[in-house]
Design a protein around this ligand. Structure first.
Ligand SMILES: Nc1ncnc2c1ncn2[C@@H]1O[C@H](COP(=O)(O)OP(=O)(O)OP(=O)(O)O)[C@@H](O)[C@H]1O
Ligand SMILES: [Mg+2]
Length: 224
């Protein structure tokens, strides 16, 4: 008969299996801002293309009833090797575990609203990218999202939000940075330029190398 396992050995094995489970969980990144047109869908799709190009298995989840990412997926998902699904019920935090082992990254394209869905996306994600155009109305809309992020962080959710100026074309950033800092949201030190190449991702075209690097840089930023 095999000798009985000591408590310590058993706990060691359980830890190893928990570590394996965690390692198998895809990296989950949300693109969120309740303001419309800031670049959530563009950045989610462009990043999906950049990640796929680098050999990662990507699931693009469309959490927006407008259906931009799912429509893109219907047209280009197959040829670009990106699986796209629509999930407009606020159950993403429970759903993402289902994809453990099947994908390396899950990118969630969020809706231009604040709702139960916002919380569900935030709970599902380890990284939350908040694109803002370099204009005060986009920045003024941040406090509500910041309040939800603070609430969830206080409940122990490991959120890593990052605000990034998108569609930048030389606007003075200092007053905008000052506004963002009021809400204690980390702000990316690089900007994403206003660049027609971003419109091309809606035709299934890869973002050019330097833009792809910038997009992938948003995911790293000190953490994986
Ligand atoms: N960096 C950029 N350079 C050039 N055009 C951009 C850039 N980012 C976004 N756009 C353009 O801005 C428009 C709005 O972008 P997008 O649809 O991604 O915003 P959104 O936040 O997803 O909007 P919604 O809130 O309606 O879902 C699109 O036409 C897109 O091509
Ligand atoms: Mg969108």
């Amino acid at each position: 008969m095999a000798p009985a396992e000591s408590g310590k050995e058993k706990a060691g094995k359980e830890n190893t299996s928990m570590e394996k489970d965690r390692a198998a969980l895809p990296r989950t990144v949300g693109y969120l801002h309740q303001k419309g047109g800031t670049g959530k869908s563009t950045l989610a799709i462009a990043t999906a293309l950049a990640l796929t190009q680098s050999g990662r298995r990507v699931l693009l989840l469309d959490a927006d009833y407008q259906g931009t990412s799912s429509e893109w997926g219907n047209r280009y998902g197959h040829q670009c090797g990106i699986e796209t699904r629509s999930q407009v019920q606020p159950i993403l935090d429970r759903e993402v575990g289902r994809f453990a082992g099947s994908f390396d990254d899950i990118l969630i394209d969020g809706p231009p609203s604040l709702s139960e869905m916002t919380e569900s996306i935030l709970k599902a994600c380890s990284r939350v990218i908040i694109p803002v155009r370099p204009a005060l109305p986009d920045v003024w809309a941040l406090p509500w999202l910041a309040a939800i992020i603070r609430k969830l962080a206080s409940q122990g959710h490991a959120l890593q939000p990052l605000v990034v100026f998108n569609q930048y074309s030389g606007e003075p950033l200092a007053p905008l940075r000052e506004e963002v800092e009021k809400w204690h949201l980390p702000l990316h030190d690089e900007t994403l330029p206003l660049d027609p190449a971003f419109a091309q991702v809606f035709f299934g075209k890869l973002p050019p190398g330097p833009l792809a690097e910038k997009l992938l840089g948003l995911l790293e930023n000190g953490q994986k």
